[in-house]
Design a protein around this ligand. Structure first.
Ligand code: G6P
Ligand code: MN
Length: 445
């Protein structure tokens, strides 16, 4: 089995490789092809993987290439985890938005739109090449904004592209833990868009345990989302939102926290990772140790501004290993070996949420087997959540349409319609600001 990783010089690739190393079963991945535009990053990551594989005769063989078509030919699975514009681009997304007093997070609000406008044309090109060169491959999309990018690719690959995110899994795991339930025995009733979903119930042995959590202030104060949103708000909602909804429900506070931060998240990661890749140029550097130290620091500071704004304190140890690679591996195993399982994934809606059309990519529990991911039936969302989901999906559609037509006017419309952009004038200023700093947006005219 051959896995191609696009963005193969990316910082999180060793997580995926580590998961592959732990997989000993028949039909596992035996060959990994890393593709990246940057040969220096490729060799840095390849060094980490070599240290991970040291002493393991069965470790998947690793090759690297900067030729995209070569990377795609013969792939059984393609993981796409690219970052168009790099972390400097992410930092610029934040800066331009904050100058207008709005949020520049990489997936939410103005920043997510800017990042989407840059990424969609590249993702579509990849999807077209996969359709031509590896038509039987399954594409697993990690690239953020994951829901939007998966939808763009699905227009060329249909249900052969599946988007993944670890935040719903992490949320489900935390809720199960505080309720004393085994995550493997619990059914998590979760639905929405990527980074915009809600847990409405957690059933164990046919009983919904979520009301017990919502009724207990001590339990609510004992996990990340409980501290971020506060017991009262969770009780009012009757649900537990994905952590990214903190940017919506506490928008003012999160924008202010970002403005006050010494460095925004993108700027922090840009500098931190530049240090890592620089260190990897030294022939005597201990690659795995340096990578692991950098990873630990990244995980400990994840959403630090949000936790600051909410007075939520430090992250818990159990939450520090994201699980992103576990979702990826579980998905591949289910497809490659027909190991039927249930995972929360980004797939086409079909008829799951009746307020959206069949092609809209949503995030929902899916039954996965050798035929792919099949969304399960879920209860409709309440009105307030439906409102947000429909508004954000409408924005995503404007982004897709701007990326296809190159229309600047449509790009302005995308920003202006977003619930976290509070004026059409701001939308104009954002498009001006973003096109001035991002060469990848030169196509907007
Ligand atoms: C979570 C999100 C991902 C995101 C990751 C890293 O797992 O679901 O979409 O890529 O965090 O975030 P960071 O701010 O560290 O890049
Ligand atoms: Mn995510």
């Amino acid at each position: 089995m051959r896995l191609t990783i696009l963005g193969g010089g990316g910082f999180r690739v060793p997580l995926v490789y580590g998961a592959l190393l732990g997989d000993r079963a028949e039909g596992r991945v035996t060959r990994v092809v890393l593709h990246d535009l940057d040969a220096g990053r490729l060799s840095a990551v390849a060094r980490v993987l070599a240290e991970q594989a040291a002493g393991d005769p069965d470790a998947p063989e690793v090759t690297v290439t900067t030729d995209l078509d070569e990377a795609l030919r013969g792939a059984d699975f393609v993981f796409s985890a690219i970052r168009v514009g790099g972390l400097e681009g992410r930092a610029a997304d934040e800066r331009v938005a904050l100058a207008q007093g709005v949020l520049g997070q990489e997936t939410v609000g103005a920043g997510g739109i800017a990042y989407g406008l840059r990424t969609v044309p590249v993702a579509v090109d990849i999807a077209r090449r996969v359709a031509r060169l590896a038509p039987d491959a399954w594409v697993i999309n990690f690239t953020n904004p994951a829901g939007l990018v998966t939808e763009a690719m699905s227009r060329h690959l249909g249900d052969r592209v599946i988007g993944i995110c670890d935040s719903p899994v992490g949320l489900g795991r935390r809720i199960a833990r505080v309720l004393g339930a085994h995550p493997g025995e619990a059914w998590i009733d979760y639905v929405g868009l990527n980074h915009l979903g809600w847990v409405r119930g957690l059933r164990v042995a046919g009983r919904d345990e979520l009301p017990r959590l919502l009724a207990d202030p001590d339990l609510l104060g004992s996990f990340e989302e409980g501290r971020l949103f506060g017991p009262q708000w969770l009780r009012s909602l009757g649900a537990v939102p994905n952590e990214y909804l903190h940017y919506y429900y506490f928008n003012r506070e999160t924008v202010r926290a970002y403005q006050r931060a010494e460095k925004t998240r993108g700027a922090f990661l840009r500098d931190q990772q530049a240090g890592f890749y620089e260190e990897m140029r030294r022939p005597d550097a201990a690659a795995l140790t340096a990578w692991d130290r950098t990873r630990a620091e990244r995980e400990a500071t994840y959403m630090a501004e949000n936790r600051d704004a909410a007075g939520a304190g430090e992250r818990e140890d159990d939450d520090l290993s994201g699980g992103y690679e576990k979702v990826a591996l579980a998905l591949m195993r289910a497809i490659a070996r027909d190991e039927r399982t249930t995972l929360i994934l980004n797939v086409r809606n079909r008829g799951t949420l009746s307020v959206l059309d069949a092609e809209a990519v949503i995030e929902v529990p899916c039954l996965v087997d050798a035929n792919g991911a099949h969304p399960v039936t879920v209860d409709p969302l309440p009105g307030h959540a439906t409102g947000l989901v429909c508004a954000v999906k409408a924005v995503e559609r404007e982004v897709l349409s701007a990326a296809e037509s190159g229309s600047r006017t449509t790009a302005v419309k995308a920003f202006a319609l977003h619930p976290l952009v509070d004026s059409v004038n701001v939308a104009h200023a954002l498009v001006d600001g973003y096109t001035a700093v991002h060469p990848g947006l030169a196509y907007l005219t």
